[in-house]
Design a protein around this ligand. Structure first.
Ligand code: IMO
Ligand code: MG
Length: 421
């Protein structure tokens, strides 16, 4: 049995949670491999809405072990809140496992995130201010604190050193400084509660592979937010692409099976940076309202626009996508006319090559094809053949251009509103 992977194809918020929720119903293990509580997966089950930022959403299935892999950065306070959200709703967290190698987010990381954003002036990245970037910085700087050391209270010396260094920076910029004793007292209490969940997840997952268990790797963020392959610097600080699965879980490449790329029938983006098919006009506003495009993590209104197949083809290449999952087909079908970007015009020539170089991408103009909308209510449809002709034409064209089969079609917000092809 191989580990299947669900990834975001664009700038995040593609509705990965919906596909993950479906696939994890039969998964023995659901694994997060990158990012932290900058992610937001919302799932609706029996009319109840859950928003997870950190805990793999597979936890909602009683038989699934939910793993926070070593590539994730963990804010203990947020994690404790999510455990509470589960318990308050009649679920429990006994199936949660956290990698001993995952790094811990401390309040100085959150403040450093704010400080750095402040210094960027009008070149802001638009981070989620959750301390994600600074925590990964410390990891690579080798002054980070890992979950194993945290819950076993082997982190005091490192924490004191970190606070000393960072307080000097905070003082320089007139920010609040932190008291090491107070932080130790507060965080030791969190460590005590979280200790029961922390294990060697590499060993755990390999045992699962040996026993032929089904593993699902849940992506957070997305391809164009990747630290290497995204539109740097408007990216997150980890690898949400397929490579992140190997480094963020310890699952080797030969154990990876299907790689599903999730996208919406339109596109959206949070934060700054280039976005070729953005509709900064009434159409964008209409899409935002129809699709309720507001951040799960920050509640920010998302920038909205048409689907970009040049960018999608890039995601196909980088991740070796084996299938597509396309959400919000119902939403786009509420418009009269739909546009689909099937290429770029650059220096007078047509190209299918995506560039993450901001100056290069600024020279590109989208080439659109127009489709008829008005799909009507498709939420009950269970077979692709039963979709209205207009919807079929749109979906067929997407497959034709990027040459990857559509495996899932999202037809509404509810858990069951999906066509499995
Ligand atoms: P999900 O999992 C959308 C964006 C931020 C910002 C940039 C860097 O819900 O798809 P960071 O706080 O990570 O340093 O911010 O990345 N970003 C996301 N945008 N969905 C997400 O996650 C995101 N996670 C980070 O808005 O532009
Ligand atoms: Mg999000």
């Amino acid at each position: 049995m191989k580990a299947d992977v669900v990834l975001g194809s664009f700038y995040g918020d593609e509705g990965k949670g919906k596909i993950i929720d479906y696939l994890s119903q039969t998964a023995d293990f659901a694994v997060r491999f990158s990012g932290g509580n900058n992610a937001g997966h919302s799932i609706e089950i029996n009319g109840k809405k859950f928003a997870f930022h950190l805990v793999p959403s597979g936890i909602l299935n009683k038989n699934t072990i939910a793993v926070i892999g070593n590539g994730v950065v963990v804010d203990p306070k947020v994690l404790l809140e999510e455990i509470k959200q589960l318990k308050d709703n009649g679920y429990d967290a006994k199936n949660l496992r956290i990698s001993d190698k995952a790094h811990v987010i401390f309040p100085y990381h959150v403040q450093m995130d704010k400080l750095q954003e402040g210094l960027r002036g009008n070149q802001k990245i638009g981070t989620t201010n959750r301390g994600i970037g600074p925590t990964y910085c410390d990891k690579y700087e080798r002054c980070g604190i890992r979950m194993g050391d945290f819950v076993n209270k082997r982190y005091e010396e490192q924490l004191r050193r970190n606070i000393e260094v960072k307080n000097n920076i905070f003082k320089t910029y007139g920010y609040e400084t932190f008291d090491a004793d107070k932080m130790l007292e507060e965080y030791n209490a969190y460590a005590d509660i979280l200790k029961e969940y922390v294990v060697d997840t590499v060993a755990l997952l390999h045992e699962a592979i040996e026993q032929d268990k089904k593993i699902l790797c849940e992506g957070a963020q997305a391809t164009l937010l990747d630290i290497d392959f995204g539109s740097y610097p408007f990216v997150t600080s980890s690898s949400p692409t397929v490579g992140g699965v190997c480094t963020g879980t310890g699952i080797g490449a030969k154990y990876i099976g299907e790689v599903y790329g999730v996208l919406k029938a339109y596109s959206s983006k949070v934060g700054e940076g280039p976005y070729i098919t953005e509709q900064d006009n009434e159409i964008g506003d209409q899409i935002r309202e129809l699709g309720y495009e507001y951040g799960t993590t920050t509640k920010r209104p998302r920038r909205c626009g048409w689907l970009d197949l040049v960018a999608l083809r890039y995601a196909v290449m980088i991740n070796g996508l084996t299938g597509l999952a396309i959400n919000h087909v119902d939403t786009i079908g509420k418009l009269d006319k739909i546009k689909l970007c099937v290429g770029y015009k650059k220096d007078g020539k047509v190209t299918m090559q995506y560039s993450t170089d901001i100056e290069e991408i600024a020279k590109c103009e989208p080439i659109y094809e127009e489709f008829e909308g008005n799909f009507g209510d498709i939420s009950h449809i269970k077979n692709r053949e039963d979709l209205p002709e207009n919807a079929k034409k749109y979906l067929n064209r997407i497959e034709e251009v990027v040459k990857v089969p559509i495996k899932f079609i999202g037809t509404g917000a509810g858990r069951d509103c999906m066509i499995v092809c």
